[in-house]
Design a protein around this ligand. Structure first.
Ligand code: ZN
Ligand code: ZN
Length: 126
């Protein structure tokens, strides 16, 4: 990947697991490239223990081994930018096929459309 480090992408529990659904890494790089500003990733790959710790959904697309959907990690949380850049990020992400969840502290980006053939979503955590 061009814009994201191993440390940003791997599971944060210390296990270091990094398994991405094919194409998701380049997809994130493409998004970051078009967006054009720093986009630090705060949570990408999660082993089951860490997903539980992070209060992730049991079938979260952050899981490196998703039992329901049979996919590797195809979701990334990135630090939420200010309102001007947030508008650009959401526009670019939706145009590139990501689903987008807006939290107070981060923006969740996932590939449910490309990896699961599910409709795209734009949502908040409230
Ligand atoms: Zn882990
Ligand atoms: Zn997320």
């Amino acid at each position: 990947m061009i814009y994201f480090t191993y440390t940003e992408m791997a599971c944060r529990c210390g296990c270091g697991t990094l398994e991405l659904e094919p194409g998701f890494g380049p997809g994130l790089d493409g998004l970051r490239g078009e967006y054009g500003w720093p986009l630090p990733a705060t949570s990408v790959c999660r082993c089951p223990d860490w997903n539980w710790h992070e209060n992730g959904h049991e079938n979260s697309l952050h899981l490196t081994k998703n039992k329901l959907w049979k996919v590797k990690t195809c979701a990334a949380d990135v630090r939420r930018p200010g309102p001007d850049r947030l508008a650009v990020l959401v526009r670019v992400a939706l145009a590139r096929g990501f689903s987008v969840g807006i939290h107070d502290d981060f923006v969740h980006l996932d590939w449910r459309t490309k990896a699961l053939d599910r409709p795209a979503k734009l949502f908040t955590y409230r």
